[in-house]
Design a protein around this ligand. Structure first.
Ligand SMILES: [Zn+2]
Ligand SMILES: [Zn+2]
Length: 274
């Protein structure tokens, strides 16, 4: 079997959460690395991608893809600090498809890496960057047998869920998204069906969800219901709220594993073979 694994570089949502009480699960925002054989794909470029980038530089990795779920700051704020983008031997493809208007991926990156918000413009990237636009459910062919399916999620300003298939296995990355309490979206069940792992927006819990209707996020319990319905054996609880300390997340891990044996809580540095 070819290598197919994921590594979490940042599991937080909304804003980084550096604190002594958050050392185990980490403080960085959304970023997951996929290794498909020799290929490297990043799901989002939150602050977690900064540490990943230093490692890539040491490994002399010169080619990768970035798939953005959307461009809320917690998913893009690491991009300007991704060291390999400033090296001229590097090639990268950056995908975005969540826009609800005719904004493009390139315009989005140029729009946030721009004075007075940030001093460095993307034209100072030395890497060869290919910006790619799509609209879900358009599939993406990344080559080398890597097939990506896309799904529009319910989130303010839009977001895209991904299903990455390689060597007969699949992983799904479903964040940021809001569910309707008491229902399970049959289209989403079909989208994730049979995947080995689903990484899921678990910002809230069923107990506190009522207070956050309309915020565009979901709960770990909805992740369990989706995994059960779609026969997905592993759930990775993800996009932790800034208030969730290690102690809180340890308790959640035990509660979730008791409810669904394949559930675990994402933390920076966690690697899972798919
Ligand atoms: Zn987010
Ligand atoms: Zn968001």
């Amino acid at each position: 079997m070819n290598r197919f694994e994921l590594t979490v570089w940042g599991a937080r949502g909304s804003i980084p959460a550096p604190a002594a009480a958050n050392q185990i699960f980490g403080s960085d925002t959304s970023c997951v690395e996929l290794r498909c054989g020799d290929r490297l794909i990043f799901l989002d470029a939150g602050t977690g991608i900064v540490t990943a980038g230093r490692k890539l530089y040491e490994e002399k990795v010169s080619d990768f893809d970035i798939l953005f779920t959307h461009c809320h700051l917690d998913h893009i704020m690491g991009l300007p600090f991704l060291i390999p983008l400033y090296k001229d031997h590097v090639s990268a493809r950056i995908f975005a498809g969540h826009f609800l208007d005719d904004t493009t991926c390139q315009a989005m990156v140029e729009g946030f890496m721009c004075p007075p918000y940030f001093p460095v413009k993307p034209k100072q990237f030395a890497a060869k960057i290919d910006y790619r636009d799509f609209r879900p459910p358009q599939p993406l062919d990344l080559g080398d047998g890597i097939a990506v399916k896309t799904f529009r999620l319910d989130h303010p300003n839009g977001a895209v869920g991904y299903r990455v298939e390689y060597d007969g296995r699949a992983v799904c990355y479903i964040t940021d998204t809001e569910h309707q309490p008491g229902t399970i979206d049959p289209a989403l069940v079909e989208f994730i069906a049979g995947a080995a792992v689903m990484i899921y927006d678990s910002t809230y819990t069923d107990e506190d969800f009522e207070r956050f209707v309309g915020f565009g996020h979901s709960t770990w319990q909805q992740g369990v219901r989706l995994c059960r319905a779609a026969k997905v054996p592993q759930l990775l609880i993800y996009h932790h709220d800034v208030s969730r300390t290690d102690m809180w997340l340890e308790e959640l891990a035990a509660e979730a594993a008791a409810e669904f044996a394949g559930a675990q809580v994402a933390r920076t540095g966690l690697t899972i073979a798919i």
